[in-house]
Design a protein around this ligand. Sequence first.
Ligand code: 3HC
Length: 287
Amino acid sequence: MKIEDIKNICVVGAGNMGHQIALQAALSGFQVKSTDASEVTLQKAQQFVDSYLPQRVAKGKLTEEQAALARKNISFVKTLEEAAQDADFVIEAVTEKLALKRDIFSKLDTICPPDTILATNSSFIVSSMIADVTTRPSQVCNMHFFNPALVMKLVEVVQGPHTAPETAEVTVELCRRMGKLPVLLNKEIYGFLVNRILGALSTEAVFLLDQGIASAEAIDLAVVNALGHPMGPFRLMDLTGIDLSYHIGMERYRETQDAADKPSPVIVEKYAKGEWGQKTGKGFYQY
Ligand code: 3HC
């Protein structure tokens, strides 16, 4: 697969990350099919696109023509078969559950043409934990976007031991053609670059909160005003989803059996209460 051959992109999962990755690809001129196992999530993704594009026009960020073209470039389809059968490149952006990702990759391997590249947007899971379910491990890699994907420039591309250099090169170039700034990791490591650094910060912030040292608001205020971050760790967890923090911790714990990897009590409590952040209207903050 060469970069010039990539015309059709399939994005599997239309949740927090998937709907914006799909729209970014459509805005960049690719033919995009967005799919999700949940019809409600797929409908919400479509509603987002239908309201976002006119807002961008009203704000002077897009012309009417650009918005209309992007809308034409993206379709929302209910089945994985329909979404992936003519894809040149697939970006999987489903929940952070290894078993689910493996199941999807094994299906994609049978549905997609033989030269299709299969990338995972996983936040932490390296693609070698998934690639072995396919007959094309050399065409599998990580392509990790950041939230909100329409805004954040960086994308981490991770070349696993199974990933062919051409696959990594094409993926890096695709990031550029999607208006993003790619960084290539030559070796796999759990959590890649950004989430390892962010994880260290968030773990410390949650520890300080759990110890009753300061409130979430005070810790956020400190990080924004002393470190110059655009938002503090708690507001950021509300944006990325406390359910995501919970699942990532649980998956890691399942793998390592190290109690230190378990999500902290405050994350477990918020997850159980359904206080998952912006998406549920309440997290560390009220929305
Ligand atoms: N979706 C799409 N666009 C959004 C958005 C959203 N949820 N939120 C804000 N924007 C856009 C606005 O439309 C605006 O665009 P414009 O300037 O082109 O008109 C621009 O972002 C700035 O928005 P605002 O002025 O409303 O707000 P801020 O200036 O406060 O910016 C922010 C919002 C971009 C979210 C900024 O606070 C920020 O950069 N926060 C940090 C985000 C971050 O750290 N992301 C990484 C998270 S870690 C991660 O994703 C890892 C993964 O594995 C989970």
